[in-house]
Design a protein around this ligand. Structure first.
Ligand SMILES: Nc1ncnc2c1ncn2[C@@H]1O[C@H](COP(=O)(O)OP(=O)(O)OP(=O)(O)O)[C@@H](O)[C@H]1O
Ligand SMILES: CC(C)(CO)[C@@H](O)C(=O)NCCC(=O)O
Ligand SMILES: [K+]
Length: 255
Protein backbone atom coordinates (compact mmCIF):
# COMPACT_ATOMS: atom_id res chain seq x y z
CA UNK A 1 0.00 0.00 0.00
CA UNK A 2 2.51 2.65 -1.13
CA UNK A 3 1.77 6.21 -0.09
CA UNK A 4 3.04 9.51 -1.49
CA UNK A 5 3.16 12.55 0.83
CA UNK A 6 3.58 15.98 -0.75
CA UNK A 7 4.28 19.30 0.97
CA UNK A 8 3.96 22.22 -1.45
CA UNK A 9 5.53 25.10 0.47
CA UNK A 10 6.12 28.75 -0.32
CA UNK A 11 9.42 28.10 -2.08
CA UNK A 12 9.80 24.37 -2.66
CA UNK A 13 7.79 21.21 -3.10
CA UNK A 14 8.92 18.35 -0.89
CA UNK A 15 7.74 14.77 -1.45
CA UNK A 16 8.24 11.41 0.24
CA UNK A 17 7.18 7.93 -0.83
CA UNK A 18 6.36 5.47 1.97
CA UNK A 19 5.59 1.76 1.91
CA UNK A 20 2.24 2.35 3.67
CA UNK A 21 -0.06 5.19 4.74
CA UNK A 22 0.61 4.91 8.46
CA UNK A 23 2.91 6.46 11.09
CA UNK A 24 6.27 4.73 11.20
CA UNK A 25 6.03 3.52 7.58
CA UNK A 26 9.33 2.93 5.81
CA UNK A 27 10.60 5.78 3.63
CA UNK A 28 11.30 4.48 0.11
CA UNK A 29 12.30 7.69 -1.68
CA UNK A 30 12.12 11.44 -1.18
CA UNK A 31 13.07 14.70 -2.83
CA UNK A 32 12.53 18.46 -3.15
CA UNK A 33 12.08 20.84 -6.10
CA UNK A 34 11.86 24.59 -6.26
CA UNK A 35 8.36 25.58 -7.39
CA UNK A 36 9.80 26.86 -10.71
CA UNK A 37 10.92 23.31 -11.53
CA UNK A 38 7.91 21.20 -10.56
CA UNK A 39 6.78 20.76 -14.17
CA UNK A 40 9.69 18.37 -14.65
CA UNK A 41 8.80 15.98 -11.82
CA UNK A 42 7.01 13.38 -13.98
CA UNK A 43 9.91 13.03 -16.39
CA UNK A 44 12.47 13.54 -13.64
CA UNK A 45 12.65 12.24 -10.10
CA UNK A 46 9.12 10.74 -10.13
CA UNK A 47 9.68 8.71 -13.32
CA UNK A 48 11.47 5.72 -11.73
CA UNK A 49 9.21 5.50 -8.65
CA UNK A 50 6.97 2.59 -7.76
CA UNK A 51 3.42 3.79 -8.39
CA UNK A 52 1.86 5.23 -5.23
CA UNK A 53 -1.52 3.71 -4.34
CA UNK A 54 -2.57 6.66 -2.19
CA UNK A 55 -1.54 10.28 -2.04
CA UNK A 56 -2.12 13.08 0.45
CA UNK A 57 -0.64 16.54 0.38
CA UNK A 58 -0.80 19.99 1.79
CA UNK A 59 -0.35 23.10 -0.28
CA UNK A 60 0.05 26.75 0.68
CA UNK A 61 1.19 27.93 -2.75
CA UNK A 62 -2.24 28.48 -4.33
CA UNK A 63 -4.49 26.75 -6.85
CA UNK A 64 -2.33 27.30 -9.94
CA UNK A 65 0.62 25.50 -8.33
CA UNK A 66 -1.68 22.75 -7.06
CA UNK A 67 -2.95 22.16 -10.61
CA UNK A 68 0.62 21.96 -11.91
CA UNK A 69 1.42 19.31 -9.30
CA UNK A 70 -1.72 17.34 -10.20
CA UNK A 71 -0.67 17.41 -13.86
CA UNK A 72 2.61 15.77 -12.92
CA UNK A 73 0.69 13.14 -10.93
CA UNK A 74 -1.14 12.03 -14.09
CA UNK A 75 1.86 9.75 -14.47
CA UNK A 76 0.08 7.45 -12.02
CA UNK A 77 -3.44 6.24 -11.45
CA UNK A 78 -3.82 7.92 -8.06
CA UNK A 79 -6.44 10.41 -6.91
CA UNK A 80 -4.95 13.65 -5.63
CA UNK A 81 -6.17 14.61 -2.15
CA UNK A 82 -5.20 17.71 -0.24
CA UNK A 83 -5.65 18.51 3.43
CA UNK A 84 -7.87 21.46 4.24
CA UNK A 85 -7.62 22.78 7.79
CA UNK A 86 -10.81 21.91 9.66
CA UNK A 87 -12.31 22.29 13.12
CA UNK A 88 -11.03 18.88 14.17
CA UNK A 89 -8.71 16.23 12.77
CA UNK A 90 -6.61 13.36 14.13
CA UNK A 91 -7.18 14.33 17.75
CA UNK A 92 -6.48 18.05 17.33
CA UNK A 93 -9.07 20.80 17.64
CA UNK A 94 -8.64 24.08 15.83
CA UNK A 95 -9.08 27.34 17.74
CA UNK A 96 -8.66 29.59 14.67
CA UNK A 97 -11.50 32.12 14.14
CA UNK A 98 -12.04 30.56 10.70
CA UNK A 99 -10.51 27.07 10.91
CA UNK A 100 -10.29 26.60 7.13
CA UNK A 101 -8.18 29.76 6.78
CA UNK A 102 -5.37 28.27 8.83
CA UNK A 103 -2.48 27.29 6.53
CA UNK A 104 -2.75 23.55 5.95
CA UNK A 105 1.02 23.19 6.43
CA UNK A 106 0.61 24.57 9.95
CA UNK A 107 -2.34 22.28 10.72
CA UNK A 108 -0.62 19.17 9.40
CA UNK A 109 2.65 19.95 11.22
CA UNK A 110 0.74 20.43 14.48
CA UNK A 111 -0.96 17.05 14.03
CA UNK A 112 2.46 15.47 13.47
CA UNK A 113 3.89 17.20 16.53
CA UNK A 114 0.99 16.32 18.83
CA UNK A 115 1.27 12.62 17.98
CA UNK A 116 5.03 12.81 18.41
CA UNK A 117 4.49 14.01 21.99
CA UNK A 118 1.74 11.45 22.72
CA UNK A 119 3.98 8.64 21.46
CA UNK A 120 6.57 9.53 24.09
CA UNK A 121 4.53 10.12 27.21
CA UNK A 122 1.55 11.85 28.77
CA UNK A 123 -0.18 14.71 26.97
CA UNK A 124 1.31 18.14 27.70
CA UNK A 125 1.16 21.62 26.23
CA UNK A 126 3.20 22.02 23.07
CA UNK A 127 5.00 24.71 21.08
CA UNK A 128 5.52 23.92 17.38
CA UNK A 129 7.99 26.04 15.44
CA UNK A 130 8.36 25.78 11.64
CA UNK A 131 11.39 27.53 10.20
CA UNK A 132 11.16 27.95 6.45
CA UNK A 133 10.39 30.76 4.02
CA UNK A 134 8.06 32.04 6.73
CA UNK A 135 8.27 31.12 10.42
CA UNK A 136 5.27 29.95 12.41
CA UNK A 137 5.04 29.46 16.18
CA UNK A 138 1.99 27.49 17.34
CA UNK A 139 0.57 26.89 20.82
CA UNK A 140 -1.37 23.71 21.64
CA UNK A 141 -2.74 22.93 25.10
CA UNK A 142 -2.51 19.56 26.85
CA UNK A 143 -5.97 18.59 25.55
CA UNK A 144 -4.86 19.02 21.95
CA UNK A 145 -6.51 22.35 21.25
CA UNK A 146 -4.64 24.69 18.92
CA UNK A 147 -4.94 27.99 20.78
CA UNK A 148 -3.27 30.28 18.26
CA UNK A 149 0.08 31.04 16.71
CA UNK A 150 2.41 33.60 15.20
CA UNK A 151 3.43 34.11 11.58
CA UNK A 152 6.65 35.98 11.02
CA UNK A 153 9.00 36.53 8.11
CA UNK A 154 11.67 33.89 7.70
CA UNK A 155 15.33 34.75 7.98
CA UNK A 156 15.74 35.19 4.23
CA UNK A 157 12.74 37.51 3.89
CA UNK A 158 13.91 39.62 6.84
CA UNK A 159 17.33 40.18 5.29
CA UNK A 160 15.92 40.86 1.83
CA UNK A 161 13.47 43.36 3.31
CA UNK A 162 16.36 45.19 4.96
CA UNK A 163 18.39 45.15 1.75
CA UNK A 164 15.60 46.60 -0.34
CA UNK A 165 14.20 48.91 2.34
CA UNK A 166 17.38 50.68 3.36
CA UNK A 167 19.80 52.83 1.40
CA UNK A 168 23.05 51.00 1.99
CA UNK A 169 22.70 47.53 3.50
CA UNK A 170 24.19 44.98 1.08
CA UNK A 171 26.50 42.65 2.94
CA UNK A 172 27.32 38.93 3.02
CA UNK A 173 25.83 36.57 5.60
CA UNK A 174 27.47 36.85 9.00
CA UNK A 175 27.57 34.88 12.23
CA UNK A 176 25.18 34.88 15.17
CA UNK A 177 26.91 36.87 17.94
CA UNK A 178 25.84 38.00 21.40
CA UNK A 179 27.24 41.46 20.65
CA UNK A 180 27.58 41.87 16.89
CA UNK A 181 30.31 44.35 15.93
CA UNK A 182 29.95 44.38 12.13
CA UNK A 183 27.03 44.79 9.74
CA UNK A 184 26.94 41.17 8.55
CA UNK A 185 26.87 39.78 12.08
CA UNK A 186 24.38 42.44 13.16
CA UNK A 187 21.94 41.44 10.39
CA UNK A 188 22.31 37.68 10.82
CA UNK A 189 22.01 37.92 14.60
CA UNK A 190 19.06 40.30 14.33
CA UNK A 191 17.09 37.86 12.20
CA UNK A 192 17.97 34.87 14.34
CA UNK A 193 17.12 36.53 17.65
CA UNK A 194 13.91 38.00 16.21
CA UNK A 195 12.76 34.42 15.65
CA UNK A 196 14.17 33.09 18.94
CA UNK A 197 12.60 36.00 20.83
CA UNK A 198 9.18 35.44 19.28
CA UNK A 199 9.35 31.78 20.24
CA UNK A 200 10.38 32.63 23.81
CA UNK A 201 7.43 34.97 24.09
CA UNK A 202 4.96 32.25 22.97
CA UNK A 203 6.61 29.82 25.39
CA UNK A 204 5.85 32.25 28.22
CA UNK A 205 2.26 32.78 27.04
CA UNK A 206 1.61 29.04 26.95
CA UNK A 207 3.39 28.35 30.25
CA UNK A 208 1.37 31.05 31.95
CA UNK A 209 -1.90 29.84 30.45
CA UNK A 210 -1.41 26.13 31.12
CA UNK A 211 0.73 26.27 34.27
CA UNK A 212 2.88 23.46 32.92
CA UNK A 213 6.19 23.44 31.00
CA UNK A 214 5.36 22.89 27.33
CA UNK A 215 7.15 20.43 25.09
CA UNK A 216 8.99 22.25 22.27
CA UNK A 217 9.34 20.86 18.76
CA UNK A 218 11.03 22.60 15.85
CA UNK A 219 10.99 21.60 12.18
CA UNK A 220 11.88 23.05 8.76
CA UNK A 221 15.00 23.16 6.64
CA UNK A 222 16.66 25.87 8.74
CA UNK A 223 15.70 24.46 12.14
CA UNK A 224 19.22 23.27 12.87
CA UNK A 225 20.52 26.81 12.28
CA UNK A 226 18.12 28.20 14.86
CA UNK A 227 18.69 25.48 17.48
CA UNK A 228 21.81 26.99 19.16
CA UNK A 229 20.06 30.35 19.61
CA UNK A 230 16.88 29.10 21.27
CA UNK A 231 16.24 29.96 24.93
CA UNK A 232 14.53 26.63 25.73
CA UNK A 233 15.39 23.01 24.93
CA UNK A 234 13.90 22.19 21.52
CA UNK A 235 13.57 18.83 19.87
CA UNK A 236 14.38 19.00 16.16
CA UNK A 237 12.14 16.80 14.03
CA UNK A 238 13.08 16.41 10.38
CA UNK A 239 9.75 16.74 8.67
CA UNK A 240 6.69 17.18 10.86
CA UNK A 241 4.53 17.77 7.80
CA UNK A 242 5.21 14.26 6.48
CA UNK A 243 4.58 12.85 9.98
CA UNK A 244 1.26 14.70 10.10
CA UNK A 245 0.29 13.54 6.60
CA UNK A 246 0.98 9.93 7.66
CA UNK A 247 -1.28 10.34 10.73
CA UNK A 248 -4.11 11.74 8.60
CA UNK A 249 -3.58 9.20 5.82
CA UNK A 250 -3.79 6.30 8.28
CA UNK A 251 -7.24 7.53 9.29
CA UNK A 252 -8.38 8.19 5.71
CA UNK A 253 -6.93 5.24 3.87
CA UNK A 254 -7.11 2.76 6.72
CA UNK A 255 -3.42 1.87 6.63
N1 LIG B 1 20.50 31.10 9.63
C1 LIG B 1 19.19 30.98 9.46
N2 LIG B 1 18.38 31.05 10.52
C2 LIG B 1 17.07 30.92 10.37
N3 LIG B 1 16.46 30.69 9.19
C3 LIG B 1 17.22 30.61 8.11
C4 LIG B 1 18.63 30.75 8.19
N4 LIG B 1 19.12 30.60 6.93
C5 LIG B 1 18.07 30.39 6.12
N5 LIG B 1 16.92 30.40 6.82
C6 LIG B 1 15.55 30.24 6.31
O1 LIG B 1 15.31 28.92 5.90
C7 LIG B 1 14.56 28.90 4.71
C8 LIG B 1 14.82 27.59 4.03
O2 LIG B 1 14.16 26.59 4.83
P1 LIG B 1 13.36 25.39 4.16
O3 LIG B 1 14.30 24.61 3.31
O4 LIG B 1 12.56 24.66 5.18
O5 LIG B 1 12.35 26.26 3.34
P2 LIG B 1 11.67 25.99 2.00
O6 LIG B 1 11.45 24.54 1.76
O7 LIG B 1 12.42 26.75 0.96
O8 LIG B 1 10.33 26.72 2.40
P3 LIG B 1 8.86 26.31 2.14
O9 LIG B 1 8.59 25.07 2.95
O10 LIG B 1 8.09 27.48 2.67
O11 LIG B 1 8.77 26.12 0.68
C9 LIG B 1 15.00 30.16 3.98
O12 LIG B 1 13.96 30.69 3.20
C10 LIG B 1 15.30 31.12 5.11
O13 LIG B 1 14.20 31.95 5.41
C1 LIG C 1 1.84 31.23 7.11
C2 LIG C 1 2.27 30.36 5.95
C3 LIG C 1 2.81 31.23 4.83
C4 LIG C 1 3.40 29.47 6.47
O1 LIG C 1 3.86 28.62 5.47
C5 LIG C 1 1.10 29.47 5.45
O2 LIG C 1 0.70 28.63 6.45
C6 LIG C 1 -0.09 30.27 4.99
O3 LIG C 1 -0.09 30.80 3.90
N1 LIG C 1 -1.14 30.36 5.87
C7 LIG C 1 -2.40 30.98 5.59
C8 LIG C 1 -2.73 32.02 6.62
C9 LIG C 1 -2.82 31.53 8.03
O4 LIG C 1 -2.31 30.46 8.39
O5 LIG C 1 -3.42 32.25 8.85
K1 LIG D 1 6.29 24.91 4.33
Amino acid sequence: MTFLAIDVGNTRLKWALYDAPRPGAALMAHGAEFLDHIDRLAEGSWAPLIHPEHMLGCVVAGDAVKRRVQEQMELWDVAPSWVVSSAQEAGLTNGYDHPSRLGSDRWVAMIGARHHVLARGPARPLIVVMVGTAVTVECIDAEGRFMGGLILPGHGIMLRALETGTAGLHVPTGEVRLFPTNTSDALTSGGTYAIAGAVERMYQHLLQHCGQEPACIMTGGAGWKMAPSMTRPFELVDNLIFDGLLEIAARRFGG
